[in-house]
Design a protein around this ligand. Structure first.
Ligand code: AVJ
Ligand code: FE
Length: 442
């Protein structure tokens, strides 16, 4: 998006709407048993058929009613698919559309959206449609739910249902970084964005933040490094844990990342219905904030703040500008593990060409990275276009995650993108890297 002609932008939008729908259908196919679509794998997740109809209902609300002024098709189902009306745990007991009804409904919505697209003016004075913002919002929203559906698939019991590309198509060579940490000099950088047309309200506005000098890990923490923490008794030593994290670990008797188990003296993991040895060099995933925080303390480090994460990912100290992606302004699929091209993170040394100006690797893709920061609005934040996207979550309850995962589509992440979740959550594709203040720690 940005500086392209309105017709070209509309063609791009139509293509991306098609692509994300193919992705959603791939996650809800009839290869799955009916109760895989309508049942619930965990109270943390919606039935897949809820996500499917919800993305169509959201599209109807924003692209038909709000953008095109089309009358409501099915106002009576709005309540069922309003995430704030019904928590995930109660969604399977609602009178939801069946898989066939859901597909028909979202298909009709989509046909009307494509019909109306050419007549909706992308008026630069209307923030909803300017640069196709609301279309970008709807495409990103469906991709986010696709990632959520992948977490549901990961929790699901039973035979594998998703294609797991082997050999891994990502590997254009592994080139280990020269150092484990990179020094980021102290000084101001530009955080957030005021000019990315498809950025969310919580990424705005751009503002300068002065960050004291710090070191940040060149790569995300690996399974092998995390295993060293486990094997040194990390889960049994309250010194490393935040008090609420110690309580979480004790109450749930936690001693490894989610989906890991020990058998025959070896750590194995379940991944999308398959069991495999834990690969040592891959980024650790399915850890919660408390686990990341404890590991960092054990390592003599800490989690980066959100500002530290973003400066390392985006700031170019030569041009004094923040980049959209760590490597520059243009997305390039060879530079990051994004978009569900595999069902796993990559290993240390991958995607050297995706390094930031400071040489920090794999900031985008692979795993969402926990930061030490609570989720708040930036100075001058204004809720847009609805306060339930971001604003209602501001406060001390949520921790910010950055950078997207292997499951995140490239349109739904960038250097300024902010995600958030409770510090106990780990069904998401979450990992981390560490930082330390220059002159302290390690
Ligand atoms: C930004 C990932 C926290 O999935 O809960 C989906 C995104 N907002 N539907 C979520 C979202 C509305 C949200 N996260
Ligand atoms: Fe949603």
């Amino acid at each position: 998006p940005g500086a392209i002609a309105e017709d070209d932008l509309k063609n791009l939008i139509a293509d991306e709407l098609g692509a994300v729908r193919n992705r959603s259908f791939g996650l809800t196919t009839d290869v799955l048993a009916a109760d895989d679509l309508t049942g619930q794998v965990s109270p943390l997740m919606s039935p897949l058929v809820w996500d499917l109809a919800h993305v169509g209902n959201y599209e109807e609300l924003w692209l038909l009613r709000a953008a095109a002024g089309v009358e409501a098709m099915r106002p009576e189902i709005d309540d069922l698919y309003d995430a704030f009306e019904h928590p995930r745990a109660e969604r399977p007991s609602l009178p939801l559309l069946t898989p066939e009804e859901a597909r028909a409904y979202i298909g009709t919505v989509r046909a009307k959206v494509l019909d109306s697209l050419s007549s909706v003016r992308f008026d630069p004075t209307n923030p909803l449609t300017s640069d196709g913002f609301v279309y970008g919002m709807v495409v990103q929203h469906e991709h986010m739910h696709d990632e959520t559906m992948l977490a549901t698939h990961q929790l699901r019991k039973g035979a594998p249902a998703l294609l797991d590309p082997v050999p891994d198509p990502l590997h254009n060579g592994v080139e280990r970084p020269r150092t484990d940490e990179v020094l980021i000099e102290g000084g101001p950088f530009q955080m957030g964005t005021s000019d990315n047309p498809w950025a969310y309200d919580n990424e705005r506005p751009a503002h300068m933040v002065d960050v004291p000098a710090y070191y940040i890990d060149t790569e995300p923490v690996t399974n092998a490094a995390y295993l060293a923490f486990m094997e040194s008794g990390g889960y049994d030593d309250p010194r490393w844990w935040d008090p609420a994290g110690w309580e979480w670990r004790t109450r749930g008797d936690k001693h490894a990342p989610a989906f890991w188990f020990r058998e025959g003296g070896q750590w194995l993991r379940r991944r999308f219905g398959r069991t495999e040895p834990v690969p040592p060099d891959e980024a650790v995933q399915h850890v919660c904030w408390y686990e990341a925080d404890a590991y960092a303390r054990w390592a003599g480090k800490r989690l980066p703040t959100e500002a530290e994460w973003e400066k390392a990912a985006r700031w170019d100290p030569e041009t004094h500008r923040s980049r959209t992606y760590p490597w520059g302004e243009v997305y390039d699929e060879g530079r990051a593990n994004l978009g569900q091209r595999t069902l796993r993170p990559s290993e240390t040394g991958s995607f050297a060409s995706g390094a930031s100006a400071y040489g920090v690797r794999r900031m985008l893709g692979d795993v969402w990275e926990w930061t030490s920061s609570d989720f708040h609005g930036y100075p001058g934040f204004r809720s847009f276009p609805y306060k339930e996207y971001s604003e209602v979550f501001f406060g001390p309850g949520y921790k910010v995650l950055r950078g997207g995962s292997w499951a995140t589509h490239p349109l739904a992440v960038r250097g300024s993108f902010r995600n958030w979740d409770y510090p106990i959550r780990r069904q998401i594709f979450s990992g981390f890297r560490c930082a330390r203040t220059a002159g302290e720690g390690a």
